[in-house]
Design a protein around this ligand. Structure first.
Ligand code: KIV
Ligand code: ZN
Length: 391
């Protein structure tokens, strides 16, 4: 059997420009969205959700421009399950090479009672009617049962059955509040796939928020339970603590491919560039310790780790940063660094020293590191210069 066939091809649905933009503090002018969308296409995402067309003329124009220009990527037109939203999403994505309509309505009693003020019957009726309405214009319909993980299981199944009967082709079960645990996600996806009538005729998607820091773990659980699409944002930006981070999910799959039996179509060499672009364009800084793209993600300060890395990178690195476009794995020289790392760094600048000089450099280096924790390359070169001049 061809080994490749055993891997689930996970579709990456990027919602940086819609859900990601809902990050408190993140902002992007609608006319700048195209720049990010072009980079997302280069990165190789399968679907781009460029905005919420009904929300403003600028949003509408941005979704329209992206649909027209990026003919090779599928575009999702986002809409509440109401006619006005659907009309706007259908018009904005009209010229896309490939498109889908993404409709949502809440399924939890908390949302129904306090936000929508509708009964379960009314919600099922509205979802049915709006999926049928959208289906007149677009074949591919993604339906999201908002707050699915805090909803009654039998109601989620009833709602999913109803929208499948009207022609929904992708079922998204969002963890809107980032509340679920991985085992619960597994159980939710397995049950809906098995028990909803028509449940085996559609594709499944997960959309996990990160309130408990579980968005990536929950998305991986969904893949294990049959989801073939994961909704993500670059740098994990999004409402509150954000969404499942694209780079973390993709690199988890890439790094643990054999264990997960899954793969994506992402061009990982574009990850760092994409992350930087989104951070700059949306005025949203990246935490130093953020996995994959944070400043410290591939920096090593412990002397023991530095020594191991210089002998063999796999001693303390599980990924190759350069493969993701990260300039190079950095050893930070500081008070924990040993002679080996210092000599190695000097050699990178073409400075060879004798053992006697090395001892003097080492002593001066440690004194400096005690003062200021980290010693920069410039300072090290100056120390080496002073030593070699006096000896
Ligand atoms: O978090 C959420 O539930 C969403 C849906 C509307 C997809 O963003
Ligand atoms: Zn969301």
């Amino acid at each position: 059997m061809n080994e490749k066939q055993e891997y689930t091809r996970v579709q990456i649905f990027d919602t940086t420009l819609r859900d990601g933009e809902q990050s408190p503090g993140a902002a992007i002018e609608p006319e700048r969205k195209i720049v990010i969308a072009r980079q997302l296409a280069k990165l190789g995402v399968d679907v781009i959700e460029p905005g919420f067309p009904v929300s403003s003329p600028g949003e509408f124009a941005a979704v329209q421009q992206i649909s027209r220009e990026l003919q090779g990527v599928e575009i999702a037109g986002f809409a509440r399950a109401v006619k006005g939203d659907i009309d706007a999403a259908v018009r904005a994505t009209q010229d896309a090479g490939k498109r889908r309509l993404h409709l949502f309505i809440s399924s939890s009693d908390i949302h129904l009672n306090y936000q929508l003020r509708k009964s379960r019957e009314e919600v099922v009726r509205q979802a049915r009617e709006m999926v049928a309405y959208g289906k007149q214009f677009v074949d591919e319909i993604e339906f999201s049962a908002m707050d699915a993980t805090r909803s009654g299981r039998e109601f989620v199944i009833e709602l999913v059955e109803a929208v499948i009967a009207e022609g929904a082709t992708i079922i998204n079960l969002p963890d809107t509040l980032g509340y679920a645990l991985p085992g619960e996600i597994t159980e939710l996806f397995q049950t809906v796939r098995k028990e909803a009538r028509g449940g085996n005729t559609v594709r499944y998607s997960a959309h996990c928020h990160n309130d408990l820091g579980l968005a990536v773990a929950n998305s991986l659980a969904a893949i294990g339970a049959g989801a073939t699409q994961i909704e993500v944002t670059v740098n994990g930006i999004g409402e509150r603590a954000g969404n499942c981070s694209l780079e973390e999910l993709v690199m988890a799959i890439e790094t643990r491919k054999e264990a997960l039996r899954a793969e994506t179509g992402i061009n990982i060499g574009e990850i760092y560039e994409t992350s930087r672009l989104v951070s700059r364009s949306m005025h949203f800084p990246i935490a130093f310790n953020k996995p994959i793209v944070g400043r410290n993600a591939f920096q090593h300060e412990s002397g023991i780790h530095q020594d191991g890395l210089l002998k063999n990178r796999s001693t303390y690195e599980i990924m190759d940063p350069e493969a993701m476009g990260i300039p190079r794995s950095m050893i930070v020289l500081g008070k924990h660094s040993g002679r080996h790392a210092i000599r190695h760094r000097l050699a990178e600048f073409g400075i060879e020293v004798t053992d006697e000089q090395m001892q003097d450099i080492y002593d001066r280096f440690k004194a400096k590191a005690d003062e200021q924790k980290i010693v920069t390359d410039d300072q090290l070169i100056r120390i080496a210069g002073e030593t070699t001049r006096t000896q």
